[in-house]
Ligand binder design. Sequence first.
Ligand code: NAI
Length: 346
Amino acid sequence: RSVLVRSSSSAKQSLLRRSFSSSVPERKVAILGAAGGIGQPLALLMKLNPLVSSLSLFDIANTPGVAADVGHINTRSEVVGYMGDDELAKALEGADLVIIPAGVPRKPGMTRDDLFNINAGIVKNLCSAIAKYCPHALVNMISNPVNSTVPIAAEIFKKAGMYDEKKLFGVTTLDVVRAKTFYAGKANVPVAEVNVPVIGGHAGVTILPLFSQVTSLAQTVATPQANLSADVLTALTKRTQDGGTEVVEAKAGKGSATLSMAYAGALFADACLKGLNGVPDVVECSYVQSTITELPFFASKVRLGKNGVEEVLDLGPLSDFEKQGLEALKPELKSSIEKGVKFANQ
Ligand code: NAI
């Protein structure tokens, strides 16, 4: 009898294993700018993600070393490095998700917009290649200024006749990650339980954390924002908006956020893959084409699904302070969008 039980339970286990592996589809993820400060730790984190079956690492330099290094890790995905524009097609072919951290980062004293001239050109070229070699892939744009690079990508895709607004995302997850960390520190609640939506865009005042909507994931913390004064909430908002600058200054000329950005990028990519795989109720903030305000691109909570954006969620009720912040961010965001559109069409 015991033999019978053992054999039936091991048969059950092997059935479970088979149904697990067949329920996790093959997914190719390409990282463009994979040898950079963000690219390398992002490559590492995506190599650890069991939803990835093929990891394609592209850069204009140094990818063979990064690919050889990451490729020795004994996890599911196969890893291939591609270097230089001649290999871009191979890097992109068959990709389900393309993550773009290519470009130059800020130095102290620079705004994200100061990066425009270099990064806009890089993004334009990479997006032309995406349109050609993997037009159905989801695109996660990390390269700054995100407020402009996402509209640039949209224009390039429109020109190529393959633009699908559901598949283009500006990665603003780091703003959410920062808002959660800073908030939990001040409110003295467990950081892993805190959720904070961040809306608007991804630069300075266009980053608007909605601390009035803080929720506790485990629901063990009762509406914690009630405990914080208006002054503290103002300071938390400012710190979230200036979080990138805090890192740029601390690194004193050696770049901007790379490790926390890689974490945030990996988190958002994982959410996109879950959506593609049909996992229900995957919601993350992202900067996408939007009609929830009068601006054509806007960051807000987005439900992810098998085709990318399934639903752009409403902003929900805002405090008076947040309403003012929303009105104050619109002119800058509008002009950054227009700058991107103009660049792509010149
Ligand atoms: P980095 O300079 O360390 O790395 C950039 C990489 O891009 C380099 O390896 C470079 O060779 C590569 N690259 C340059 N031109 C390329 C091209 N045409 N094709 C492919 N790769 C190319 O810079 P880091 O720190 O990794 O930052 C990358 C970008 O991410 C910057 O634009 C930065 O502002 C942005 N960023 C965005 C954040 C966000 O929250 N969305 C947060 C932090 C940074």
